[in-house]
Design a protein around this ligand. Structure first.
Ligand SMILES: N[C@@H](CCC(=O)N[C@@H](CS)C(=O)NCC(=O)O)C(=O)O
Length: 210
């Protein structure tokens, strides 16, 4: 199995999930954004979006779908929650919240703080997106007031989904705005052996042109 990965991109969710499940995963590192810095990647994914994942004939490009695929097809359902489990509604909500609600303001920050040419950067948009992200952590904090994890009493892909957003937020220097509950949760996630191993595979060496 192989994942195409850029440092700090959503492919980190896939590497983290594979590490938590003890799966063998090849990590193919690319410079970000590959659409501009590694044109050959467009032959793998025409949109140039990271991650892409291959397992034989299977080809997937959504990070949460890939995590679920790994857990169900190669992990015997570990890290997922079944529909008859009382924790299932929370599992669904936070699994999707991580990608659909928490990451979008962060990608706006990356774009308007780092990716656009200097004359197109927008400090006000960056500040507004940061505020939106911090505000959107309220349900995460409320859930964690009653337990260590987002779905039931064990680590699941819901934690991978939201945990990646917290990690990206920290990379964007927002972690000093996390409330104590969220900050402690992020720290617990960072101490997991699976996360430590995933982070050790996060960096992609710069190429001569990159
Ligand atoms: N919903 C998708 C989003 C994928 C996505 O937007 N990836 C970003 C990196 S984290 C990307 O490739 N951006 C560069 C681009 O669109 O060219 C997922 O969860 O995998």
């Amino acid at each position: 199995m192989k994942v195409y990965h850029c440092a700090n991109a959503r492919s980190l969710r896939v590497i983290w999930t594979a590490e938590e499940l003890g799966l063998d995963l090849e990590v193919h590192g690319l410079q970000f954004p590959p659409r501009a810095r590694d044109r050959a990647y467009l032959d793998v994914v025409p949109t140039g979006v990271i991650p892409a994942f291959e397992d034989g004939d299977v080809h997937l490009v959504e990070s949460i779908a890939i995590c679920e695929y790994l857990a169900h097809r190669h992990g015997g359902g570990a890290l997922t929650v079944a529909a008859d489990d009382p924790a299932w509604p929370d599992y669904l909500q936070f699994l999707h919240m991580g990608e659909a609600t928490l990451v979008p303001p962060l990608t706006q920050m990356v774009r308007y703080r780092m990716l656009e040419p200097k004359e197109r950067r927008l400090p006000q948009a960056v500040a507004d997106a940061a505020e939106v992200f911090i505000d959107r952590l309220k349900p995460v904090s409320a859930k964690l007031a009653n337990g260590d994890f987002l779905a039931g009493d064990r680590f699941t892909l819901a934690d991978v989904s939201v945990g990646y957003a917290l990690q990206l937020g920290a990379m964007l220097r927002l972690s000093d705005q996390y409330d104590p509950t969220v900050a402690a949760y992020h720290e617990r996630l960072r101490e997991r052996p699976g996360m430590i191993r995933a982070l050790s595979r996060n960096d992609v060496p710069r190429t001569a042109g990159g």
